[in-house]
Design a binder for this molecule. Structure first.
Ligand SMILES: NC(=O)c1ccc[n+]([C@@H]2O[C@H](COP(=O)([O-])OP(=O)(O)OC[C@H]3O[C@@H](n4cnc5c(N)ncnc54)[C@H](OP(=O)(O)O)[C@@H]3O)[C@@H](O)[C@H]2O)c1
Length: 372
């Protein structure tokens, strides 16, 4: 049971429930950006297995595999079209109408259940209004937004009848807890959580920082390297006995935690083949108890303890930029990095996320200007 999750968002409502559901994330089946692409048949099997396991929500984008994810979903979901929701996106630099019409052709369908603006760059307000016009024209049953600040999300609610908001969320990456997830609960938006496995890390398969192949987007992700990798691995090692005690996999534990967070409607999980889907999309998993969720939170909080400044920090910070000084002034040993990032984002047009605070604080600790 996921308290506060929205179930009443127009035509999409039939794909939502009182409890948060697992949805299929279609990035990896696009065949690029995730290392060596599997055979077409393997990637198609991932989608088919998801349908067989009762998944009814499929998320994709024109950029996933340069359209290949949409083409594959269109082909495999053809027979089930009316029984599933297909959600796609429009890129921040793309013309909404042209982009959605191309998506519909690749998806081999007359409409998508949800069209989402992928990012908010310069013309995002205009794009959102165009997406609403496309909804009125019947090309999309609902409109959503991804990766916005809470101020943009509030503004977006005045521009179009938004049904959903999509952003990264897992037990490590918790920026949304500060502003946007509570806003979704208050304003009756369905929240779609992406990267629930931290791009595969929460599967627990990495004992050391992985060396991803050229072209794999995970080469750029900071948590697969350095101190952040070590911290996350330390958490994962302490989660293993909890998962064993619950007689579930680490993946089920991570997804169960997410499904228990108030306001989450759909957890979008990516998979590259049928075997991964069979492991991940376990039918009707037992919800985690509040005690188990609290135990997970306590481990994360213990490993990710906020830093405290050392006496040398004040002097050193005097010549820094505004953002660095803003962070430095809040290193009191108790303020969460997500809270620092959200407070900064409240103040202007340049958003910040907790990852940026963590990377900066790691440098300060190395220089003896902060300690944990
Ligand atoms: N709106 C946005 O800006 C945005 C951004 C990112 C994602 N998304 C959406 O959210 C979806 C989910 O996010 P994501 O795909 O980036 O990350 P994710 O769901 O956290 O991780 C997916 C990856 O985990 C690994 N995995 C999955 N099942 C596994 C299993 N049973 N055992 C071991 N490894 C397993 C696979 O990678 P390996 O096999 O290579 O380890 C898979 O590609 C995407 O597909 C996409 O639809 C949206």
């Amino acid at each position: 049971m996921c308290e506060g999750a929205r179930t009443d968002v127009g035509p999409l409502s039939r794909f939502l429930g009182v409890a948060a559901r697992l949805g299929f994330g279609g990035w990896a089946v696009g065949g690029t950006g995730w290392g060596a692409a599997g055979e077409d048949s393997e990637r198609a099997a991932a989608i088919r297995h998801a349908v067989e396991r009762g998944v009814t929500f499929f998320d994709t984008a024109p950029t996933y595999g340069g359209g290949e994810s949409e083409r594959l979903l269109g082909r495999v979901l053809k027979a089930d079209r009316e029984r599933v929701a297909i959600a796609t996106k429009v890129g921040p630099r793309d013309d909404p109408r042209a982009s959605l019409e191309d998506s519909l052709r690749r998806l081999n369908t007359d409409y998508v259940d949800l069209v989402q603006l992928h990012e908010t760059l310069d013309r995002w307000e205009w794009q959102l209004e165009k997406l609403h016009a496309l909804q009125l024209a019947g090309k999309a049953l609902a409109v959503g937004l991804c990766n916005a600040t809470h101020r943009q999300l509030e503004r977006a609610l005045t521009l179009a009848p938004l049904a959903t908001y999509q952003a990264p969320y897992n037990l490590f990456d918790r920026d949304v807890e500060e502003r946007t997830l509570p806003l979704c609960r208050d304003r009756r938006l369905a929240f779609l959580a992406y990267r629930p496995l931290a791009a595969g890390l929460l599967g627990g398969k990495y004992a050391a920082p992985p060396q991803f192949a050229e072209g794999d987007h995970r080469r750029q992700i900071y948590w697969f390297k350095g101190k952040e990798f070590e911290r996350r691995r330390a958490v994962i090692d302490r989660l293993r006995p909890i998962a064993q005690g619950q007689e579930i996999s680490l993946i089920a534990l991570a997804l169960g935690w997410l499904r228990s967070q108030p306001g989450v409607s759909i957890v979008l999980v990516g998979a590259r083949n049928g075997a991964q889907v069979d492991e991940t999309f376990v039918p009707d998993p037992r919800p985690l108890t509040p005690e188990v969720c609290r135990a997970i939170d306590a481990i994360v909080a213990d490993v990710f303890r906020p830093a405290r400044s050392t006496p040398q920090l004040g002097d050193a910070a005097r010549t820094w930029g505004e953002r660095e000084r803003f962070i430095a002034a809040r290193l009191d040993g108790t303020t969460r990095y997500e809270a620092i990032a959200a407070e900064w984002t409240d103040t202007g047009d340049k958003p910040m996320i907790a990852a940026q605070v963590k990377v900066f604080v790691d440098q300060l600790v190395e220089q003896g200007l902060a300690e944990v």
